[in-house]
Design a protein around this ligand. Structure first.
Ligand code: KDG
Length: 318
């Protein structure tokens, strides 16, 4: 049984090789991505066994996802292949209209993963696992996906597992009222909550420490506010702990938060101090943004040590 189980939609990412508006891009690089799959790969790099519960289409992209995740060490035994279903894809437009930022353009409505239902959460698979990770992307996909996340979180708690939730609100998938009403009940099941100021404004109408403590009052023991290149802060009832980010050249920031979360949770499961979890998570996020693709540059524990020994503050990522 895997140590860590994640649930959500893996996607094929078609990442623009050149920056600028997509209409002028000729070449795209194909990668396997999706927030929860990225998290699973990060935890695998840290030495944990992981598994992903999801559905893909009976198509070449679904087969790519299964083969790639298997090769990256993720257990794919609970990835169902939906006959006549299709696998979601998305394009990444880089560096336009804001240099250093990316935009996701989804083609995923009605995808196989959007048909996930609570019946896909096999109690025997969760039993024996230590940790469940979910994100705010999955409940945005469909009503049955929302129910699936609730059922998985509830079951995980009943089984004595720890639960982490990354709010990951995607305004392209739903409005703020729907996001708030679906995510706040999930927050109460989370032991560790990952979020950022944009999402906390939607969820609790504030940001920074007041938002973190408003969220802690709903259940989580740790609320991590991710600040991208600025770094991250972990809030507990004992107070905040902050860690600055690293200066690196940004090629594509997509996926940095998932790597951060996967490494952070791995650190917690290894019994690390919060400060060290934050620092390692920041290293992972910094490495991911220097390349196209969400998973390829996620570091191992050894890589994190080397980065911290050798980082001079002058990386360009080029
Ligand atoms: O965090 C990176 C993810 O956003 C990306 O891989 C695609 O899962 C994805 C999504 O739904 O945006």
């Amino acid at each position: 049984m895997p140590d860590i189980i994640t649930l959500g939609e893996p996607l094929i990412q078609l990442n623009a090789v050149t920056p600028g508006p997509l209409r002028y891009v000729t070449y795209f690089e194909k990668h396997v991505a999706g927030a929860e799959a990225n998290f699973a790969v990060a935890a695998t790099r840290m030495g944990f066994s992981t598994g992903l519960i999801t559905k893909v289409g009976d198509d070449e992209f679904g087969r790519d996802i299964i083969e790639t995740l298997r090769a990256r060490g993720v257990d794919v035994s609970h990835i169902a292949v939906e006959k006549d279903g299709y696998t979601g894809i998305y394009f990444i437009q880089r560096g336009y209209p804001v240099p250093g930022k990316s935009t996701s353009v989804y083609y995923r409505k009605g995808s196989a993963a959007s048909h996930l239902s609570p019946l896909d959460v096999d109690p025997a698979y969760l039993r024996g696992a230590k940790h469940l990770h979910i994100t705010g992307i999955t409940p945005a996909l469909s009503e049955s996906c929302r129910e699936t996340c609730m059922a998985a979180a509830k079951l995980a708690k009943q089984l004595g597992m720890k639960v982490s939730l990354d709010t990951n609100i995607r305004p392209k998938l739903w409005g703020s009222t729907d996001a708030r009403s679906a995510l706040l009940p999930l927050v109460s099941y989370a032991d560790i909550l990952f979020t950022d100021n944009d999402d906390t404004r939607t969820l609790v109408g504030s940001q920074g420490s007041s938002a973190a403590y408003a969220l802690i009052s709903k259940g989580p023991q740790i609320v991590v506010l991710k600040g991208g290149a600025r770094g991250a802060a972990a809030y507990t009832k004992a107070g905040p702990i902050e860690e600055p980010g690293f200066k690196v050249g940004v090629v594509d920031p997509t996926g940095a938060g998932d790597a951060f979360a996967g490494i952070f949770v791995s650190g917690i499961l290894k019994g690390w101090k919060l400060q060290d979890c934050l620092r390692a998570g920041n290293v992972a996020g910094s490495l991911v943004v220097t390349v196209r693709g969400d998973q390829e540059n996620i570091p191992t524990e050894e890589d994190i040590k080397s980065f911290l020994e050798k980082y001079s503050g002058e990386g360009t990522g080029k």
